[in-house]
Write a protein that binds this ligand. Structure first.
Ligand code: LLP
Length: 410
């Protein structure tokens, strides 16, 4: 978001103008930022043959999916519906990875029928796959390397207590099941957490995965997951993807020599591609002075952006209506009947009733984790492509909330 002549712009569009046109609260995404991030990551990993599979749980609007397909990406999906959205967005089934956790075998069978690439993370499921399909369906296996990585406990997925992946200590069992059924293990996968800043930790996990792969001769790729961190505030740490790419490529080429065969690498960025591309724009309903703080009460809440409350995540907030206003501290809170503070005592340009506030880094896990709590509708979504703003999801209404309810005659 750029400040130009006292007006904030995004992708060349006047942000306040977008609120006038589409209303608030509003999610807005900028295609240029997604493209920039995709290109940067693609270049960073250019030292090795690779595929970027967008972890679409971060933001699944089909228009975003189509755009990422045009950038050259594949998809990582975790549910059949995500898989269907990917197909609808024009991805070839072979470019869609299916990485479910704790789903039924029926769901896995359906993903196979749709032609997706399977990525399984438990031994009973691998056995079922072998019993039903023998070695006719290639399968990638998600390994839990037992390392602690990621921004906080809630988003760490590769440690010993995590529900994800098959423990690296059960490698013998994996090899046994593979041999028993002649499974075609096409790849090994890890995803150890979100917001991994430390490249050493990432490489430590990669090394474990590569070593595990020595036991499996059918491997064509290693999927190193996502979790690349982007800055959420000034001075925030971010993953040095260029350094990571260089070191990982060296590690992989070394491994290829050891194996005497080549393989390609996959990456599954979510936040890295879409976090910075998104803003959530909300309107200030009330300014409330208390003995402790000044509240700016807005027409949104944990029903629209839950990350600050759920993960204590920091999102920068800009008062785009008053860029020249005197800077004062505000506690920004939502309208939900819970303590849904977005921020406490945050320095902002003077906030007045009716002002529009912009939450930054709202592209990833924003609308996707939104709900109808308090029977509030979810916001609309707008996508800025080539200097034009397109409505890509209309605002929900009371009718949408009632749609799935069956009213009994009692
Ligand atoms: N691959 C797999 C298998 C994943 O489970 C995830 C995210 C990703 C890739 C992408 O991770 P990313 O690059 O976005 O960090 N809702 C949380 C993040 C949960 C991530 C879940 N899995 C948040 O808002 O911080």
């Amino acid at each position: 978001m750029l400040l130009q002549n006292s007006r904030y712009t995004l992708g060349g569009m006047d942000v306040l103008g977008l609120v006038e046109e589409f209303g608030a609260p509003l999610y807005v995404y900028n295609a240029d930022t997604i493209h920039r991030q995709f290109t940067r990551l693609d270049r960073a990993f250019s030292g090795i043959d690779h595929q970027i599979k967008y972890a679409c749980k971060a933001l699944t609007n089909v228009n975003i999916l189509r755009f990422i397909r045009q950038c050259g990406g594949g998809l990582d999906t975790v549910s059949l519906n995500e898989l269907h959205l990917g197909l609808q967005a024009g991805f070839a089934a072979k470019d869609i990875f299916f990485t479910p956790n704790n789903v039924s075998f029926d769901e896995v069978k359906e993903a196979i029928a749709l032609g997706a690439q399977l990525n399984l993370d438990n031994l009973p499921m691998l056995e079922k796959l072998g019993q039903t399909y023998g070695g006719s369906v290639p399968v990638c296996i998600r390994i839990n390397p037992h390392i602690m990585a990621g921004g906080n406990e809630k988003i760490s997925t590769g440690h010993i207590n995590s529900k994800f992946g098959i423990s690296i200590t059960q490698l013998d069992d994996i090899v046994r099941v593979q041999e028993q059924y002649g499974l075609d293990v096409s790849g090994l996968h890890m995803h150890t957490g979100s917001e991994i800043v430390d490249t050493d930790i990432f490489l430590q996990g990669a090394q474990i995965l590569l070593e595990a792969g020595r036991r499996l001769k059918t491997i064509r790729f290693f999927d190193f997951g996502g979790g690349f961190k982007v800055p959420y505030k000034q001075g925030d740490k971010e993953t040095n993807v260029e350094e990571l790419g260089e070191r990982l490529a060296a590690l992989c080429h070394n491994e290829m020599k050891q194996r005497g065969s080549s393989f390609y690498a996959c990456f599954e960025p979510g936040k890295y591609l879409v976090s910075e591309a998104g803003l959530l724009l909300v309107r200030v309903n009330v300014i409330k002075q208390t003995p402790a703080t000044t509240f700016a009460g807005v027409d949104s809440g944990l029903n629209h952006l839950i990350r600050p409350m759920f993960y204590k995540a920091h999102h920068d907030i800009t008062n785009i209506s008053n860029p020249e206003g005197a800077v004062k501290p505000y506690s920004v809170a939502g309208y939900i009947c819970e303590t849904d503070n977005f921020a406490w005592d945050r320095e902002m340009n003077e906030v007045r009733e009716g002002d529009i506030l912009a939450f930054h880094n709202a592209g990833a896990y924003g609308i996707m984790m939104a709900s109808n709590y308090n029977s509030r509708p979810r916001p609309a979504e707008v996508f800025i492509v080539n200097g034009k703003a397109h409505l890509i999801r209309r605002r929900e209404t009371l009718e949408d909330i009632l749609r799935t309810q069956l009213v009994l005659d009692i």
